[in-house]
Design a protein around this ligand. Structure first.
Ligand SMILES: [Zn+2]
Ligand SMILES: [Zn+2]
Ligand SMILES: [Zn+2]
Ligand SMILES: [Zn+2]
Length: 385
């Protein structure tokens, strides 16, 4: 199986231009053999170059997404190879449209990264005084999602191939399109945002939903949060831990990477009835410091055995803080904890094995760390993308 995947990949990437026989370019192309295609927005170009595929770039009449065109004054150079490789990669994606592209049979902004496959089919998103179209928003989202993905990969010693599928993230301009995708592709008869965990992770929502409000920052931080749930549900083996007694880890992680990038948490996605939650404005360091000071009774014996959908709003913050402690003080324990939870091992056994503490000792160490580390004032939430 693995060999055939490697062979297919090798065939896909073998360029038509023979690398040994390429020319050396000329003065006009600065010895590259190709020049930049001029049809692309200059400030988006670095973002185009970071992604594996962009359907908007692919629709360019001059370069079909290679972002380069052959130099007319010579017979090629090193960038001719780059150009061909890019066209071949793009061809692979064009021949395999995403579910919604096939469903609606119309072009939509789709951006593929190492870890994600995004469609932002939204006309306009607000970003301060600016308005972004779906294409630009998809590239900005790709940047944030990849930042979070790399951090998560470093925490879990994971490589992109440890996820069996790229996580698909879709946002829609109309509730009608979102509902159709929910029903026909995710098999969910609902107008609410929906995530499919496990083997083929995907999430869909209407960009105008409450809390998203067609604002780029809201939509992108929502994607980082949901992307974390979905990637974890697919990482190493396809098992969502949120419906096992590991809700704190599932929810805590999703909040953690969202907060890490935006210094604020605004997404509560597991139990859709709780979509409107807001605990302490999503700024949790000072709040947790205070909460733990006031509530001295044991919290973890109950918290670490709950499933994701049953956490109260303040328990979301407690879960985030406990994940914060593990990720900061015991980062090497993250992977064995995740794998243990996927195998239905309970917290008390996992904590003993991988943290060398029982649940109450974990609670004492975590409380001590929070008191010593969280300042009474939270850092300011990020204002711009
Ligand atoms: Zn040239
Ligand atoms: Zn693009
Ligand atoms: Zn072009
Ligand atoms: Zn969530």
């Amino acid at each position: 199986m693995l060999t055939s995947i490697v062979l297919v990949a090798a065939a896909l990437f073998s360029a038509q231009v023979d690398e040994d026989k390429v020319g050396t370019g000329c003065d006009f192309c600065k010895n590259r053999g190709a020049v930049a295609c001029e049809r692309h927005d200059k400030h988006l170009l670095p973002l185009e170059e970071q992604v594996r595929f962009c359907s908007v770039a692919a629709s360019c009449k001059d370069c079909q997404g290679a972002l380069l065109v052959d130099c007319k004054r010579c017979n090629g150079g090193p960038d001719s190879v780059k150009l061909e490789k890019r066209l071949l990669t793009f061809k692979g994606y064009l021949e395999n449209p995403a579910g919604p592209e096939a469903l609606f049979e119309r072009p939509m902004p789709r951006v593929v990264t190492d870890h994600y496959d995004l469609i932002i089919d939204v006309a306009k998103l607000k970003e301060g005084s600016r308005k972004l179209d779906g294409h630009e928003a998809a590239h900005l989202m790709a940047v944030e999602l990849e930042k979070a993905a790399e951090l998560l990969d470093s925490h879990f010693g994971a490589k992109p191939f440890h996820n069996s599928r790229r996580t698909r993230i879709w946002y829609w301009n109309t509730i009608k399109d979102h509902k159709r995708v929910n029903l026909e592709l995710l098999k969910q008869n609902s107008a609410m945002g929906f995530s499919l965990y496990g083997v083929a992770p995907a999430t869909s929502d209407w960009a105008g939903a409450k809390g998203l409000d067609f604002k780029a920052m809201n939509v992108i931080s929502n994607a980082v949060h949901k992307g974390t749930h979905l990637r974890l549900s697919n990482l190493f083996n396809a098992q969502w831990i949120g419906n096992k007694k590991a809700g704190w880890f599932d929810v805590g992680a999703a909040h953690w990477y969202e907060d890490k990038l935006f210094q604020r948490v605004s997404t509560y996605c597991i139990d859709e009835a709780n979509n409107d939650l807001d605990y302490e404005g999503g700024k949790w360091r000072a709040a947790m410091r205070k909460y733990l000071n006031k509530n001295k009774d044991g919290i973890l014996p109950e918290l670490v055995n709950k499933v994701s959908g049953t956490l109260w709003d303040y328990e979301h913050a407690l879960a985030w803080s406990l994940y914060d402690w593990v990720a900061t003080v015991h980062p090497k324990a993250l992977k064995p904890l995740l794998l243990g939870y996927k195998n239905r091992v309970e917290s008390r056994d996992l904590f003993r094995k991988h943290l060398d503490m029982n649940v109450l000792q974990v609670e004492a160490a975590w409380r001590e760390w929070v008191a010593a580390t969280y300042t009474p004032k939270d850092p300011k939430p990020r204002k711009k993308l």
